[in-house]
Design a protein around this ligand. Sequence first.
Ligand code: ZN
Length: 260
Amino acid sequence: MSYPQITQMATDNKSPKKNLRTSAQSADFHMVYGNQTITYRVLYAARRTMEIAVHPDGQVVIKAPADVKPEAIRHRVHKRARWITRQIAYFQQFQPRTPPRRYVGGETHLYLGRQYRLKLSKGGSDGVKLARGYFIVSYRDEASPATVRQLLDRWYLVKARAKFSELLELRLPEFQRMGYDKPTLHIRRMKTRWGSLSSNGVLTLNRDLIRAPRDCIDYVITHELCHLKYSNHSPEFYRLLERFLPDWERRKARLDLGLV
Ligand SMILES: [Zn+2]
């Protein structure tokens, strides 16, 4: 599947270099532009240029050298406001994504980022298996959409448990070396988020994440594990995330644009 251009960047080369800010903060700023309000987040980093990125979910992120004043950033955002609002509008056309599933034969469903066509097959016992691009749902007597949904949901949950644990185990050693314990993994359905990490060490992942590509699942897990060290979304948090996953923005964009 080809994705549309997933991030748009604008960069420039103004690079004053002095008075490195030591404890940078991250916050959301607002700017009124025409009849719209642009909300943007500033991340200070050890870099020489300012970069504006509009993410597919509409987030506007400014990466700035540590010594750039908020007014200078504001000025830059103002200058680029037209472009920013155009990018936001561009990404909006891809939402909403998936039409509601009806659980009938021929319909496609996702697993690990791939589409599989639903094939209903009477006979044998109730169950789901993947074969040659198909989700084959077998059933004994009758397959109402509700039954198909139940069978598929059960299958997804089993796969989610196995796959999420496997990916968590792969990421864990890096965090254990930093002295953190393995969080308890919970899987549940969540409406508005992919994952969360509670202060008592429970990592909750959205069950629907099993529909997304492996890379994206790994991104959510790594993001949440970084919260072991930083509970907020400070620049330090993003620096840590970037250390583990230099391409996290690409993965996040894919998740935001995905058909999950
Ligand atoms: Zn977070």
